[in-house]
Write a protein that binds this ligand. Sequence first.
Ligand code: PLP
Length: 423
Amino acid sequence: MTTTSIEARAQFAAAERLASIAVSPIMRIMSFCQQLRREGRDVISLAAGEPDFDTPDHIKEAAARAMRAGATKYTSHDGTPELKAAVRDKFRRDNGLEFTADEIAVSAGAKHLIFNAMMASLNPGDEVIMPVPYWISYVDIVRIAGGVAVLVPCAEEDGFRFTAAALERAITPRTRWIILNSPSNPTGAAYSAADYAPLLAVLLRHPHVWVMADDIYEHIVYDGFRFATPAAIEPGLRQRTLTINGVSKAYAMTGWRIGYAAGPRSLIGAMGVVQGQVTSCPSSVSQAAAVEALQGPQDSVHERCKAFELRRNLVVNALNRIPGIACRLPEGSFFAFARCSDLIGRTTPDGTVLDSDATFCEFLLRTAGVAVVPGSAFGAPGHFRLSYATSNAELERGCERIAKACLTLETYHDRRTNQHSAA
Ligand code: PLP
């Protein structure tokens, strides 16, 4: 080996599997917000994807009790028997689904389960169908695992949902999975049992395609919407469906890092092999807390859902009053996904032309001090995602600032008129 090639190898070079993956744009926006705050700016962040509520006290107390009782050691690699039993009861109670302990996996968050499932099942070039707009991690996890993300546009006119025809067209002999996420991050769109039915009929005809149902926002649905999950709607798919859920969103436990999944034991076993080498096991204390979350009083879940519904109404009404912005009423989650394409091409007071959703969001952050995430980060340019997981007062202030900032935008035509009149 020559001296230069040894020197070259001494420099860090990321593995090829990271070639098309970067730090999430949301993380970048969050750190820019922090920088602006350090500079003394009053920034309202409507970018984060976590409930602003605290974890309920009875859950924290269960964790403290577990610590004092010595639950501070490694647990079995894919979950304690107590948590698996609580998960089994949850699926029976909420979804009418029956699972045995070896059909259940517990991980350090739902994201970790998705990672384990993809690492355990994908061979290079295997395809995973997912909706656009998508949750960014789906794409990146599939790529890290060597798979190919097959992006299927889900139009706003179709409620940001897959159509059966688009799904059928996307399936190839290389398809391994389809990811269904309801309610969705980033759009808030949810599938009723009737919405799912034609898609599941397509999937029944393609027995090589496995179904990943990401139900993490199950308990955050509005207007009496009846949550539905594919394995319960179509028993014919149960033997190839992985149902993913967790405590992060329903119980405001994002930092505790506990997710759970249920599916065929062959897949659950393979996911356990991955997990055993990645983390050994999920946190013992967090698992004890999750048992209490799933088995203890559920009042806070319902109360918080009501609070989210009022916030959704506030935000969507406020956004739809702003000329140039249009926002569909989401059925669930705590995200509003608004269209801003009519504002692209307009000029800011300092003369910058807003040439994309990203420059629009940057303009909102710099001039209005409001952080939202550009739709292009989710594969849907011309939109932005606003998280309403924050107080009503902050939301009102945030929406007012967005409205004011948008009113300062000039069309190209305005600019010429002004220039002419000034001349
Ligand atoms: N799935 C979706 C759609 C999400 O939005 C998130 C978090 O933002 C997750 C899964 C992961 O949740 P966690 O890893 O906190 O359980």
